[in-house]
Design a protein around this ligand. Sequence first.
Ligand code: SF4
Ligand code: SF4
Length: 394
Amino acid sequence: MSSSQGWQVDLLEVAQKCVYCGYCSLCPTFKELKWENYHPRGILDQIKLYYSERIKDNLKNDVSKSLFDAIFACTMCKACENICIVDLPLLKVWEQVRQESFKRGRWNSKLLSLYNKVKSSHNIYGLPAEERVTWAALSNMVMTRRIQRKAPLAYFIGCQASYSGKMEGVAESVVKILRKSKENFTILGTEEWCCGSPIFLAGGYSVGKSFAKHNLEQFKKLGVKRVVTACAGCYRAFKVVYPRILGEKWDIEVLHITELVNELLAEGKIQLKKKFKEKVTFKDPCELVRHCGLIEAPRDVIKQIPGIRYEELPSNREDALCCGGGGLLKLNDDNLVSQVNSRLITDIQYSEADIVLNGCPTCLDTIRSNLRKQNLNVEAIDISEFIKRAMELK
Ligand code: SF4
Ligand code: SF4
């Protein structure tokens, strides 16, 4: 398995470097399923067998069943890679094995359907591009003059905030924050294509590259120098994956909404005024904290709200618990998502917070559904919506 592309690794070589220290036993999937096959080091063992030149065809087939099953039970939370004592590039390994499973025709129908939808419609729902700005009409906002205008800053909305009724408050909040600050910004409208995140999580870098190229071309056409997003998946795609696949051509500065808000606060362009009675906490999305190292920006914003009562979750920052919804696990095993999420809900209850803030549509969706299931009176909202409230914007 020699590597032919910059983003690929030699799977056998990586697997053989594992020293079986077991530090990666913190894997959320392994904690729930408790089988060595699902342990990161157990997955590496199966990789060694699968790629062994001496393996017989029938055994290879058996190994592939359990290997591909384990690889799609992974939430791509990156906890294993971050703790690995010998710095193995585990996420790249997991992505490549997912591609191997695709090449062998072993994806389940839900995965295939998502993949085909993104490829053909450029969004995760398979909906027409013209509906990308429907959220604005639903929020009674007129965006016509913002769409595809020349500006140094672009707000990249992302599929979930654009199309999903559950997330439309995110786009509305970010746009209201930017308008209040009087920043000159643009949105891509019908020319915004999915950032490619689901395709990258499935290891489809060759297909995902056309998405990266398209979005970059649109930014260049409009003279965009900086792009801001409130979605952890889009942020990771721009921050980690686009530089990997586009190299130096990707020269756009990438900002999470909380990084931009800190800047706007420092420049006096916006103010956080509202006094909250509620106690709040923040759940670090895996894709922000472990994949991108974005740790303090959300906390810096929250601390600037006058008199705010803020409590960290017991597991926070790089040690944050996974919500269970990442890595396309929802398409594979919804029960496992719920099991992983239950540990996070226990953490949230322990903090005694009234509001849990977050920065990832997938986390929000899984947290909200488990809060509902357990009948808990905790509100879960995106941090951009909370900032809008703190600015007292209607
Ligand atoms: S990325 Fe997370 S879920 Fe996947 S193997 Fe590593 S620790 Fe487990
Ligand atoms: S932390 Fe790294 S070296 Fe240790 S068992 Fe896990 S994968 Fe192997």
